[in-house]
Design a protein around this ligand. Structure first.
Ligand SMILES: Cc1cc2nc3c(=O)[nH]c(=O)nc-3n(C[C@H](O)[C@H](O)[C@H](O)COP(=O)(O)OP(=O)(O)OC[C@H]3O[C@@H](n4cnc5c(N)ncnc54)[C@H](O)[C@@H]3O)c2cc1C
Length: 594
């Protein structure tokens, strides 16, 4: 079985395969997948496990698009009951249960939810939740506890933080949560172990067509070296989420899918700010409000506003944060305040528009996702959600293969993802780690939840050098080994890869992880071959990014926030100063420009 290790050496080998040779001399790829979010990574797993020669390319870090900025739920979506989309709910609930029981039981965990009720809501919501459960019922159903009705008094006991004046009782039910960024990473490693080539920081800039006008590969740039690669493939699949229209146009076609972007923001606040022990879902005037336990924190989300600016950097503004605090405070006993907000993050929903562009053959259009073919050789898939990534992947590969799909059907419903294999054995083995390394139960659980059976590799790193078993001084809920492993096995190439997606230090410390940067850099530098100058450069790059995001959060308007962000990241002091002046905002520590 090929190694699933993502490190500099495996990247170098993959680059060597695709650089230099003439088009005909390239590895004979069946499928080239563009986009390393959950959809693209799922497609790479689907294709590679069918035995197809597959390559996955991602312009940024794995999951750096929408797939690391979700509400982190694996769910059917109660809200679809309103629109009677029962098939959709059932499909998502089947996926939830597969992930919980077979595919990723270390990463996808059951979560108790409370749906608090206002006067007269009980009969309707009660029937809805019962239907929701029935839709998920099947032989494969995970053994999740059934829903229960709570009186006003019992709701107070279970969730004292919810205002007793607003709600008359509640219904509890179960769904699941996931670490979205780590799910994507695990899928990439699964694809790798099934033989796929996986290249991050490789951006497709053109699609190649043959004499008949069929797409037969792509030209991409290795963003690390600036080198161009020509990647030949029988089929190309675009899975670029909110970048779908842009990527389709690289094939000189105006056909394809229509995808808009809508911004969704979450705030992170300390767990002790709200007294309660379950996730809460409630309706607001315009949308749905989630309050979700996330380790030592709560995630509160989300907003839903159109986004027409740079899709690489959706920014949360002061208006977004104020809106979420206001919505949360409308249902809480003890109001939360701006000062309690530890972190904020924004993501873009890929909003699939009805119909396809003229000249497109579309194979499957559901309300959630569509697979289409703008030109022969090219498949585009968009829409859907994190929960249904496997179905989207299967449909996309089936479409790309056409009639051949029958001979090589998808096997992903039978394929545990990296870390899920032998998980139960490793769980029992893990009891000895506490004594061996002096770890608390919480640390062992943290390792099992992040890595599943791959936690054995973390243990091996700690056995090699006991200092790796030590917590980070600046973020003691992570080990030095978490950081080291991110670059030796998980393909992290920059500080933000480690701080934002391999760990979530950037979202769990109020300074966006700034206090950890030097320590993290000192651990990764020897592996990534950084000298002192490079370390300084990477640290200041991260500091500029962190400052830019926090300055943008002071402004109310998306456009101003984006201008300010760009000014700070590119060290353009005049751009920074002009936004500050125009918006009459106070100067924010301009240390970035020193
Ligand atoms: C606020 C919010 C909350 C959500 N909550 C949930 C939830 O709780 N549960 C759920 O199931 N779903 C949720 N979703 C939906 C879910 O997150 C998305 O549907 C899913 O992550 C989209 O994944 P994707 O792979 O299609 O897109 P992305 O993750 O955006 O991946 C696309 C990738 O393509 C890459 N790319 C673009 N152009 C190129 C190029 N030219 N070359 C190479 N690579 C390129 C990008 O860098 C990007 O990484 C939520 C979404 C949002 C915004």
């Amino acid at each position: 079985m090929p190694s699933d290790r993502l490190d500099l050496e495996s990247r170098r080998q993959a680059m060597e395969e695709f650089s230099g040779a003439s088009l005909s001399g390239r590895p004979d790829l069946d499928i080239l997948v563009i986009g390393g979010g959950v959809t693209g990574a799922g497609i790479a797993v689907d294709a590679a496990t069918r035995g197809l020669n597959t390559c996955l390319v991602e312009a940024g870090d794995w999951a750096s698009g929408t797939s690391s900025r979700s509400s982190k739920l694996v769910h059917g979506g109660l809200r679809y009951l309103k629109t009677l989309d029962f098939r959709l709910i059932r499909e998502a609930l089947i996926e939830r249960d597969l992930l919980l029981t077979k595919l990723a039981p270390h990463l996808v965990l059951p979560q108790k939810f409370i749906f608090p009720l206002k006067q007269f809501e009980r009969p309707l919501i009660g029937a809805g939740v019962m239907l929701y459960e029935m839709l998920g019922a099947s032989r494969r159903t995970a053994r999740l506890p059934r829903h229960r009705h709570l009186s006003h008094k019992r709701l107070q006991r279970l969730f004292p933080g919810l205002s007793p004046e607003v709600f008359v009782g509640a219904i509890t039910y179960y769904d699941a949560t996931v670490d979205d960024a780590r799910l994507v990473l695990s899928l990439v490693r699964t694809a790798r172990s099934a033989g796929a080539w996986t290249l991050s920081r490789v951006k497709v800039i053109r699609l190649l067509t043959d004499a008949d006008g069929s797409v037969c590969g792509a030209v991409a740039v290795d963003l690390e070296s600036g080198n161009e690669l020509e990647i030949a493939a029988r089929s190309v699949i675009i899975a670029t989420g909110v970048w779908t229209e842009e990527t389709q146009q690289l094939g000189a076609t105006d056909s394809g899918l229509r995808v808009l972007a809508s911004k969704g923001v979450h705030i992170v606040i300390p767990r002790d700010a709200i007294a309660g022990d379950a996730a809460v879902v409630t309706q607001t005037k315009t949308s749905v409000l989630f309050v979700i336990p996330w380790g030592n924190f709560w995630l509160i989300g989300t907003t839903d506003t159109p986004w027409e600016l740079d899709r690489s950097n959706p920014l949360a503004t002061a208006s977004d944060v104020e809106y979420l605090i206001e919505q949360a405070n409308a249902i809480l006993v003890t109001p939360i305040s701006q000062e309690q907000v530890v972190a904020v993050f924004a993501g873009l929903r890929p909003l699939l528009q009805r119909g396809v562009k003229p000249g497109t053959s579309s194979s499957r259009v559901s309300r959630e996702h569509t697979v289409a073919s703008p030109v022969p050789g090219l498949t585009v898939v968009a829409g859907g959600k994190l929960t249904t990534y496997r179905v989207m992947a299967r449909d996309a590969v089936d479409h790309a293969l056409g009639e051949r799909a029958e001979q090589t059907p998808s096997v992903t419903h039978l394929t545990p993802i990296t870390g899920a294999e032998a998980y139960t054995d490793v769980k029992s083995e893990s009891r000895s780690w506490q004594e061996r390394f002096g770890w608390s139960v919480a640390i062992v659980e943290h390792l099992l939840g992040r890595y599943g059976s791959k936690a054995r590799e973390i243990v091996a790193i700690c056995e090699e050098d006991a200092t790796n078993a030590q917590p980070l001084e600046s973020a003691p809920h992570y080990l030095r080994a978490d950081v080291l492993y991110a670059v030796t096995h998980e393909g992290a190439l920059y500080l933000d890869d480690v701080l934002c997606r391999r760990t979530h230090i950037a979202m769990q410390l109020p300074d966006r992880g700034v206090a950890s940067v030097a320590e993290v850099a000192s651990i990764v530098a020897p592996v990534l071959g950084w000298d002192t100058d490079r370390v300084d450069h990477e640290i200041s790059r991260y500091l500029a990014l962190a400052s830019a995001e926090s300055y943008a959060r002071e402004l109310h308007d998306d456009r101003d926030a984006t201008r300010l962000f760009n000014g700070v990241v590119s060290h353009d002091q005049s751009a920074y100063t002009s936004v500050i002046a125009e918006t009459s905002t106070k100067q924010m520590g301009s240390e970035v420009f020193r």
